[in-house]
Design a protein around this ligand. Structure first.
Ligand code: GRF
Length: 212
């Protein structure tokens, strides 16, 4: 399954996906990595692996609509069956969402719908929850609001800082995201937003994602 990964940062999720592919546990092929940040470590990793990369920076004062069109056109030129947001810190505009309807997934460091936005681990600590985790969901036009595909729970420990908690969450992200991609690739998860919503009202349809 040809997959494009969008990443702005460290790229540990991209690495986890590639590890699962190398181990034969995920039948995906990364056909491109795109970033809004030239300095993203994800790009360095992708280049070292021979994956085509592209940087589309969005600076203050830039035309956001044009950036969205450029991003959409570039990703479309790679013909992906799936688009994965792995730490992509930009909100995608409607041209992008319309071009890949229901085929964009995101990994978020909290148990949505709790703690959407940029500070999932910090917000969970501030709220005093004892359990948080990560979520893989379909991207819609809200911020971290799309239908949930799978989640993994992580305990919050008494001495946690946002950093230690995030690190513990990432261990789960690195197992959950490749597992979801793998199941999409073999057709075990169908990216139909309506069916995803239905899964929430019918416990027999809850998705359990085995480790890859
Ligand atoms: C992850 O924690 C993900 O949930 C969030 O951004 C972070 C990206 O980490 N959306 P990495 O760049 O994959 O290491």
């Amino acid at each position: 399954m040809d997959t494009v990964v969008l990443a702005s940062g460290r790229g540990s999720n991209l690495r986890a996906i590639c590890r699962a592919i190398d181990d034969g546990k995920c039948k995906a092929r990364i056909v491109g990595v795109v970033s809004d940040k030239r300095s993203a470590e994800a790009l360095e990793f992708a280049e070292a692996r021979g994956i085509p990369t592209r940087v589309l920076p969005l600076k203050k004062g830039d035309d956001r609509d044009q950036w969205n069109v450029d991003l959409t056109d570039h990703v479309a030129s790679l013909n992906p069956e799936l688009v994965v947001l792995a730490g992509f810190m930009r909100i995608l505009g409607s041209p992008f969402l319309k071009r890949f309807p229901g085929r964009i997934i995101n990994v978020h460091p909290a148990l949505l719908p709790s703690f959407p936005g940029h500070n999932g681990p910090r917000d969970a600590l501030d709220a005093g929850v004892r359990v948080t985790g990560c979520t893989v969901h379909i991207v819609d036009d809200g911020v971290d609001t799309g239908p949930i595909i799978a989640q993994a729970a992580v305990p919050v420990l008494p001495d946690d800082t946002p950093e230690t908690l995030h690190a513990r969450i990432q261990v789960q992200e690195h197992r959950l995201l490749p597992a979801v991609i793998s199941r999409i690739a073999v057709g075990e998860i169908e990216l139909n937003p309506l069916k995803m919503k239905a899964a929430h009202t019918d416990p027999s349809k809850y998705l359990s994602v085995p480790e890859v």
